[in-house]
Ligand binder design. Structure first.
Ligand SMILES: [Zn+2]
Length: 208
């Protein structure tokens, strides 16, 4: 029986990777990370073309660890936890319409074979019953990560809708830094017929 539990319950905290005590029923997060998540203030997400944005965690401490665990360790449990935090803390009335993932760059998606935004959308769809509508594609203009804030804002990603957009959209990404990508997504969605575009992410850089 213990072998079965070990296989089902990750033996390490999905957030900081410290070993977990056995038998903590279903817990995938250590006490310290759980406490940090519990008291996280959340963050407003800003981008010109969206009607509002929200992330349950700021991109520091536990928020940063969770996003890394999803992006680099590909832990689906993190997508489920992030989605649960969004569902729990989103302003009322936000979990309506269709879920549109922020598209990964084609090169990066190909290289990794794993798309964090899509995993969060899948988890959110499962938890809320909302539909997923992956209608956006991104042309590749190289990497955003590692570029300065100024350069990222000056050169937003090229994003287009490849199908009519739902009228009411909840855009989903793993982390929001400058908001330039969300802005480009929202403009493409509006051009494709969306009337309302809100955005959520697991974590967002604290507004300056
Ligand atoms: Zn932890």
């Amino acid at each position: 029986m213990q072998h079965l539990l070990d296989a089902l319950v990750p033996p390490h905290c999905i957030c900081c990777r410290i070993p977990l005590r056995r038998g903590a029923a279903g817990a995938a997060v250590c006490d310290r990370c759980a406490a940090e998540i519990e008291r996280a203030p959340g963050s407003v997400v800003r981008a010109d073309a969206i009607d509002g944005g929200f992330a349950p965690l700021v991109y520091e401490g536990v928020g940063r660890r969770l996003v890394s665990a999803l992006k680099f360790s590909r832990l689906i449990a993190v997508a489920e936890l992030g989605a649960a935090l969004i569902v729990d803390r989103a302003p009322s009335g936000w979990l309506e319409g269709a879920l549109v993932p922020v598209p990964a760059s084609p090169l990066r998606a190909l290289r990794r074979g794993f798309d964090p935004a899509w995993e969060i959308v899948t988890a959110l769809a499962g938890q809320t019953g909302m539909n997923a509508a992956p209608v956006l594609r991104r042309g590749d203009r190289g990497r955003q990560r590692g570029r300065s804030r100024g350069r990222r804002l000056a050169r937003p990603p090229r994003i287009a809708a490849v199908a009519p957009a739902p009228g009411r959209v909840l855009l989903v990404d793993d982390v929001v830094t400058t908001g330039a990508t969300l802005d480009a997504c929202a403009r493409a969605l509006r051009a494709a017929g969306a009337a309302s575009v809100r955005a959520v992410a697991i974590a967002a850089v604290r507004p300056r």
